[in-house]
Design a protein around this ligand. Structure first.
Ligand SMILES: *[C@@H]1O[C@H](CO)[C@@H](O)[C@H](O)[C@H]1NC(C)=O
Ligand SMILES: *[C@@H]1O[C@H](CO)[C@@H](O)[C@H](O)[C@H]1NC(C)=O
Ligand SMILES: *[C@@H]1O[C@H](CO)[C@@H](O)[C@H](O)[C@H]1NC(C)=O
Ligand SMILES: *[C@@H]1O[C@H](CO)[C@@H](O)[C@H](O)[C@H]1NC(C)=O
Ligand SMILES: *[C@@H]1O[C@H](CO)[C@@H](O)[C@H](O)[C@H]1NC(C)=O
Ligand SMILES: *[C@@H]1O[C@H](CO)[C@@H](O)[C@H](O)[C@H]1NC(C)=O
Ligand SMILES: *[C@@H]1O[C@H](CO)[C@@H](O)[C@H](O)[C@H]1NC(C)=O
Ligand SMILES: *[C@@H]1O[C@H](CO)[C@@H](O)[C@H](O)[C@H]1NC(C)=O
Ligand SMILES: *[C@@H]1O[C@H](CO)[C@@H](O)[C@H](O)[C@H]1NC(C)=O
Ligand SMILES: *[C@@H]1O[C@H](CO)[C@@H](O)[C@H](O)[C@H]1NC(C)=O
Ligand SMILES: [Cu+2]
Length: 585
């Protein structure tokens, strides 16, 4: 009887590939977020943007009308764009920006399955709210990992049903200033603007202010180490004098709320209703944050993480996940506790700021009064119990596991460093000037952008990128590679002194996994509070075109932490006439 009930309630049917048309109308409007009004980008009149739900194999037409009084583009984060490099949405790389009151048609194939999202890719507009979830239902030929959790077929079917009804949870941080106000203030002050004002779940959240005594009491040893004799500000963030490197600053050009100025305010709270007759729910935790790593947890529940960045993994049972900007973690949550309300907690997982928000997991038809539930995590992202298990991102095994080739054609060393100012950055030898986004796209003309911002690869070769963070007191940088996914093959603290991965493996084999490494589109460099650190990624060149690799902390990207990958220069594509004319039509 119980299983019949859940079949009726939880089961949905599989549909076959189709041509899907999706249109968004971008507008610039005053909108209230976290209880405070500011100018933001609305997508079809809403924030966050509407969900795009697809089946694997769908042919997608995504039309953008730019009703904003400035240029814009839309990128499809994690979508590989095999054979459609002109639809990647990166100005200066794959298209010219969509001008005000103009249309652009993106056209791509949903080759992969799982959780993705679309978001702004022009200047800092991600932080103005242009993002929405994408979910692609796997084709029936993709083998699911749920039988690794249990051999009980009824239980496995319940997991499959939960996955078919999966919901996005779009996680983000929020600023009270617009992206252009932040950029102008960074240029005027010389300061890297690394504090947020609120955290949001599906665009919903509030702002809490703590007293200075509470803030000082919460300040962690790692934060105290960076602060020296100073304290966190009233928004529980490092002051503008800390972790900025040795560069000139003009603090008088900073704007209120960038580092100081906390006013509590009340916004809506996300409530997730669960049906206690469905044994599992599935959530796609998607970080659209511009700034902070986010630590996510549901009181008194555990989560089976079963996919990362739209690729299945061998499921891992955890209580909390630290989510870098741009990553997606798909989780099954067992609906097995006493009916009631349970707090969903999200806190800053970045060293520079203490920030939090909450949502509610609500068991439907529960007569019980709202109850207080027990947290797995602290306000600063640490363990609140001895039993709390955090996901260890580096030890995740893809399902099925794939070994990358060891026949590597080229190794590139990319240094993450300041570039003459606290708010300017490199990913390589030079800084990617924001104004280069307005240049003729590299896909159309390979010489429009300075050559020290470009790597050229041959098709069907394997490439290693060694990303070196050169100085201490830097956050983990979530490095996002456009087009196909990469293997995160190694990482460590200190300086990478070897000439190749093969050489490094000889002396530090424990820092590498060349057998079954994580497969992702975004991988964060290790947290290196007190010294340098490095990350090694490997990918196969399969999709000729001009693609960006960059930090997904928006102010770092705007400050130049980007590099152009000209993949497959030996098999360069011919741009179709409907893209050469800047429209896609
Ligand atoms: C976009 O939205 C604006 C404001 O609601 C409206 O005036 C305009 O007609 C819409 N444009 C399109 C193409 O839907
Ligand atoms: C938002 O409101 C402010 C204050 O009323 C106004 O000056 C501004 O033009 C409005 N912005 C938009 C995009 O409507
Ligand atoms: C907007 O995009 C157009 C077309 O690429 C470009 O000519 C123009 O300079 C851009 N405007 C701004 C303000 O960047
Ligand atoms: C911290 O120490 C520096 C000198 O090392 C001094 O200039 C500064 O005023 C001190 N700040 C506070 C808040 O005591
Ligand atoms: C942040 O945490 C505090 C302490 O647990 C809580 O009182 C507050 O409501 C939380 N803030 C939000 C926005 O949920
Ligand atoms: C957090 O975990 C550590 C290591 O297991 C443990 O020693 C500590 O007691 C835990 N903290 C709390 C509040 O339980
Ligand atoms: C390509 O870009 C270079 C540098 O901006 C320019 O000199 C050249 O004329 C461009 N070629 C074409 C075909 O537009
Ligand atoms: C950076 O400079 C080094 C040394 O000149 C060079 O070998 C390397 O190719 C350069 N990297 C890029 C991305 O241009
Ligand atoms: C590039 O290489 C991939 C992988 O071998 C292959 O599938 C693809 O057809 C190649 N593309 C072109 C344009 O030759
Ligand atoms: C070029 O652009 C216009 C829109 O500006 C469109 O109507 C036209 O059909 C496009 N395509 C081609 C192939 O010229
Ligand atoms: Cu960064």
């Amino acid at each position: 009887m119980g299983s019949l009930l859940f079949l009726l309630l939880c089961f949905t049917e599989w549909a076959s590939p189709a041509t899907v048309y999706f249109a968004v109308n971008l507008t610039w409007a005053n909108h209230t977020v976290a209880g405070v009004q500011r100018e933001i980008i609305l997508t079809n009149g809403q924030y966050p943007g509407p969900e795009l739900r697809l089946n694997q194999g769908d042919d997608v037409y995504f039309d953008v009308y730019n009703g904003c009084p400035f240029n814009a583009t839309v990128h499809f984060h994690g979508i590989e764009q095999i054979g459609t490099p002109w639809s990647d949405g990166v100005p200066g790389m794959s298209q010219t920006p969509i001008e005000s009151y103009n249309d652009f048609r993106y056209h791509w194939k949903a080759d992969q399955y799982g959780a993705y999202f679309y978001h702004a890719h022009h200047r800092g507009q991600l932080e103005d709210g242009l993002y929405g979830p994408i979910y692609i239902t796997p084709s029936s030929t993709v083998i699911k990992p749920f039988s690794l959790i249990t051999s009980d077929n009824v239980e496995v079917q319940a997991m499959i049903d939960a996955e078919e009804n999966t919901s996005p949870l779009l996680l983000s941080d929020w600023r009270l200033l617009t992206s252009e106000q932040i950029w102008d203030a960074e240029e005027a002050s010389g300061v890297d603007a690394f504090c947020a004002n609120a955290l949001l779940i599906n665009g919903k959240g509030s702002m809490t202010c703590f007293s200075q005594d509470e803030i000082n009491g919460l300040t962690t040893p790692a934060q105290k180490g960076a602060l020296g004799n100073e304290t966190l500000t009233d928004i529980a963030c490092f002051p503008p004098t800390v972790a900025q490197g040795d560069f000139p600053h003009n603090p008088s050009a900073l704007l209120p709320t960038m580092f100081y100025g906390c006013t509590p305010s009340q916004g809506p709270q996300q409530v997730i209703d669960v049906d206690p007759d469905c044994p599992y729910i599935s959530l796609d935790l998607t970080s659209a944050a511009g700034l902070l790593h986010l630590t996510f947890s549901i009181d008194e529940h555990f989560m089976w993480v079963y996919a990362i960045d739209g690729h299945y993994i061998e499921p891992v049972e955890v209580n909390a996940i630290n989510i870098p900007n741009g990553n997606r973690y798909s989780v099954l949550v067992p609906v097995n506790q006493t009916p009631g309300d349970y707090t969903i907690r999200m806190v800053s997982g970045s060293n520079q700021q203490i920030l939090n928000t909450t949502a509610i997991l609500h068991y439907e038809d529960s007569d019980q009064l709202k109850r207080t539930s027990n947290s797995w995590i602290t306000l600063t992202g640490g363990n609140a119990t001895v039993d709390t298990v955090f996901l260890d991102d580096t030890s995740v095994v893809p399902y099925p596991a794939i070994a990358p080739s060891t026949n590597v054609a080229a190794t590139y060393f990319l240094t993450i460093s300041h570039f003459g100012a606290s708010y300017r950055w490199t990913l390589g030898n030079s800084s990617f000037d924001l104004e280069l986004e307005e240049s003729q796209p590299l896909l159309f003309n390979q010489t429009t952008i300075p050559s020290d911002l470009i790597i050229r690869t041959d098709n069907n070769t394997w490439v290693d990128l060694i990303i070196q963070v050169d100085s201490p007191a830097q956050p983990a940088h979530p490095i996002h590679k456009h087009s196909n996914k990469h293997f995160a093959i190694g990482q460590g603290l200190g300086t990478f002194t070897w000439s190749s991965v093969a050489e490094a493996v000889q002396s530090i084999p424990g820092s590498f996994n060349l057998v079954n490494p994580p497969i992702k589109d975004t991988t964060a460099t290790p947290v290196a509070d007190s010294g340098p650190g490095w990350l090694a990624i490997r990918y196969q060149v399969v999709n000729p075109g001009a693609f960006l690799i960059h930090c997904h902390i928006q102010v770092h990207q705007s400050g130049g932490m980007s590099l152009a990958l000209l993949d497959g220069v030996d098999a360069w594509p011919t741009v179709p006439s409907n893209y050469l004319n800047d429209s896609g039509f």
